[in-house]
Design a protein around this ligand. Structure first.
Ligand code: MTE
Length: 334
């Protein structure tokens, strides 16, 4: 008999949420659905009872329509505390808006996310330019509470709303030649001040990539929301990649193009400094960055006097991905 042992990251809502909270959230979301139907305005205030500190925001109908069907907390990060919304949205890396951690929150409002489309091309049977709402139509959203470990040494715990990247890839039918997935961020210097800067180290667009089997792993998701609401612009609206066992820079934001390729794509950070940032970028406390140790991380928020330093775990604690790398020397393919 085959007995399935759940991975530590797998968890069901009833295991982690008191029933009263669960039920009140359901009725709140049902009411939100009713409001959407009544409203002539194609947006709706979105809120989950769980995230009381998060301001309700207007969201387009493609997002609001999905709220009643969300699988809350399909995956959790165990007992670890969520990073407050304020920190997750005011300490960001999004170089298109500047290099300081506060630049994205300051400038990303200018990003125009509607209408939005994603070009899917390369080694697929069903290439095309898909309007975001059409692209998302087949998918239910799930809440995935994941650790996010930045290569710089800080980390957070974020409740994303998204769907498995594998589900999208299966729909566009990769050909037998497809071995990698390449992602591209929007280029829009008019609204992205970092792209206008003459001092930027980065070439635009920001590019990231995964091996196809990594991209098909159930933990890899495309996120459209966080903290029960639509994704804030500074966090990569309207569509970003989340691969929790890899350093944060793999989580490319505001995706406009997904290409299936036969060859390993040239990615942004690897191109700039190949000896510092590899293509794989799996979180690994034993493989130091040439300029700093990766053995520990600073879990945000933390202050000068309580820096909240914790040990870093291999694959960021997501042991279930280890099989993807069983034939790979992780020191060489960092
Ligand atoms: N995507 C784009 N397009 N541009 C960026 O500068 N920064 C990356 C990643 N995705 C970045 C990006 C880095 S270095 C990190 S750590 C994460 O986004 C940070 O995500 P967060 O700001 O939502 O915490």
């Amino acid at each position: 008999m085959l007995i399935r042992t759940p991975f530590p990251s797998a968890s069901h809502e009833h295991e982690v949420t008191p029933e009263s909270v669960y039920l009140s959230r359901r009725s709140l979301l049902a009411a939100a659905g009713g409001l959407a139907a009544l409203s002539a305005w194609p947006s709706l205030a979105v809120e989950s009872a769980r995230y009381a500190d998060v301001e309700p925001v207007q969201a387009p109908t493609w997002f609001a329509d999905k709220l009643p069907g969300i699988r809350w907390q399909a995956v959790t990060a165990g007992e670890e505390a969520l990073t407050p919304f304020k920190d997750a949205t005011h300490h960001n890396n999004y170089y298109e808006f500047g290099t300081s951690k506060t630049d994205p929150a300051r400038y990303a409002d200018a990003l125009v996310t509607e209408p939005w489309s994603v070009l899917i091309d390369g080694e697929v049977a069903k290439p095309g330019r898909y309007a975001l709402e059409d692209l998302l139509k087949p998918f239910q959203l799930e809440e995935r509470i994941y650790r996010l470990r930045c290569v710089e040494g800080w980390s957070m715990v974020i409740p994303w709303l998204g769907f498995p990247l594998a589900d999208l890839l299966k729909r566009v039918e990769p050909t037998g030649q497809a071995k990698f997935v390449r992602f591209e961020t929007l280029v829009d210097p008019e609204h992205m001040p970092g792209q206008r800067s003459g001092f930027s180290l980065l070439d635009w667009p920001y590019v990231e990539g995964l091996r196809l089997d990594e991209a098909m792993h159930p933990l890899a998701i495309l996120a459209v929301g966080m903290y029960g609401r639509i994704l804030p612009n500074q966090n990569g609206a309207p569509l970003r990649l989340v691969v929790p066992w890899k350093y944060g820079f793999k989580g490319i934001k505001s995706i406009v193009r997904i290409s299936l390729t036969a060859d390993q794509p040239k990615t942004t950070w690897e191109t700039i400094a190949p000896e510092e940032y590899g293509f794989y970028a799996s979180v690994n406390p034993q493989v130091d960055h040439p300029r700093w140790s990766q053995a520990h991380e600073r879990r945000l928020p933390g202050g000068l006097f309580s820096p909240n330093i914790i040990p870093t775990r291999l694959f960021n604690g997501y042991d279930e991905v280890a099989g993807l790398y069983s034939n790979l020397d992780l020191r060489k393919y960092y």
